[in-house]
Design a protein around this ligand. Structure first.
Ligand code: PMP
Length: 377
């Protein structure tokens, strides 16, 4: 049976080679006589799997040993609470700053407000005219120079790719552009573009990502954190979520999501075999250019995002005649193009074109969109 091209925003497509390897190793991992699911997390086989995953990710990101790599649980949503619980007290006063650019950063902000004094340093939640065009709320990114960051904030949080809105930071701000000292580290929710482009982690204090887009299956959250930021958790922080407990144990303080870490490790090896993040980034650029190029040439479909901050990973688009939405989705499924329905809050369509979605899939999608336009335009 041919598998359809899968455009889900997450959990999303995994590289087929990874799925095949996991299937081949399901009953017997490397002659151990056990499935990875059946192994003790303290046994030598799983320790090897987990340590290799950590090292491969370190290689892919090019991060030094100044940073710890942690495999956490609870998804990025739990991390929204785990971050303030670990970091907000590090400078005495419990205060942190947040930049709001869409649904996910708004959720992070709301969660953090339970733990201290949270200030909105910038928001794109209003209409604005940019390049002679009216941009709706959450379709643009406030320029870094306009962010008002407090000098005594424990950290500055932003979401570098808004999965629902389809807004991506093409670059991460540097401390000098922000006008803050190194005492205000960046904390980045990079869930939906992690490992899709070269990102300079050393510019940040911490990056986190739910794995279920580019890094593996759901169930594991990847955290990359500068070691000097660890060790300031609030007393209320559960011990399994205190980075000071998790880091020295290489994510095995308590039972980690062993199978999810194993599959993520296979994904990291797959990325290495593809030529690393730089090679995938080139493919991702080609895929995004193909889809946005078509969206810009037609009046039948439209992407509402300010062009310089359009996401390479999540491409929302609407049909000018919304009464055709159901016919579009039905025809797409029949053409082997699945999970294209837009997020319920935005409507329309969304094509998530993560690392495991090849150029061929985007070509098929554009061909279908053109054909649909010919028949209904
Ligand atoms: N942040 C971003 C950018 C996301 O895309 C998501 C999930 N789609 C989340 C946070 C929440 O992740 P989870 O469902 O793993 O808690």
């Amino acid at each position: 049976m041919a598998r359809p091209w899968n455009f889900s925003a997450g959990p999303s497509a995994l590289p087929e080679a990874v799925l095949q390897q996991a299937a081949a190793e399901m009953l017997d991992w490397h002659g151990s006589g056990m499935s990875v699911m059946e192994m003790s997390h303290r046994g030598k086989q799983f320790v090897q799997i987990c340590d290799e995953a950590e090292q491969d990710l370190r290689d892919l990101l090019g991060v030094s040993d100044d940073y710890a790599i942690l495999f956490m649980q609870g998804g990025a949503t739990a991390e929204n609470a785990i971050v303030p619980m670990n970091l907000i007290g590090r400078r005495g006063r419990a205060a942190a700053d947040y930049v709001l650019t869409g649904q996910w950063s708004v959720k992070s902000h709301k969660e953090a407000a339970k733990y201290g004094d949270i200030h909105v340093a910038a928001t794109s939640g209003s209409e604005v005219e940019l390049d002679g065009q009216l941009q709706k709320p959450w379709t643009w990114v406030p320029p870094v120079e306009t962010w008002k960051v407090r000098q005594d904030a424990a950290y500055l949080h932003f979401c570098s790719n808004e999965t629902v809105g389809g807004v991506e930071f093409s670059d991460w701000p540097t401390a000098d552009r922000l006008g803050v000292s190194d005492d205000v580290p960046l904390v980045v929710d990079a869930s939906s573009h992690f490992l899709s482009r070269q990102l300079d982690v050393s510019r940040t204090g911490m990056v986190y990502a739910g794995a279920q887009k580019n890094a593996g299956p759901a169930g594991v959250t990847v955290v990359v954190i500068r070691r000097d930021l660890i060790g300031h958790a609030l007393p209320v922080c559960p011990s399994a979520f205190d980075y000071a407990n998790v880091a020295p144990e290489h994510s095995r303080f308590n039972t980690p999501p062993t199978y999810a870490i194993y599959v993520a490790g296979l994904v990291f090896k797959w990325i290495k075999a593809q030529g690393g993040v730089a090679a995938l980034e080139q493919r991702n650029i080609s895929k995004a250019q193909l889809l946005y190029g078509y969206l810009d040439r037609t009046n039948f479909y439209r992407n509402p995002i300010h062009a310089p901050v359009r996401s390479r990973m999540n491409v929302p688009f609407v049909l000018h005649d919304e009464s055709l939405n159901d016919a579009f989705l039905k025809g797409a499924d029949q053409a082997g193009l699945t999970q294209l329905k837009g997020h319920k809050s935005v409507g329309g369509m969304r094509a998530s074109i993560y690392n495991a979605v090849p150029l061929e899939a985007v070509q098929s999608l554009v061909a279908y969109m053109q054909d649909f336009e010919r028949r209904h335009g």
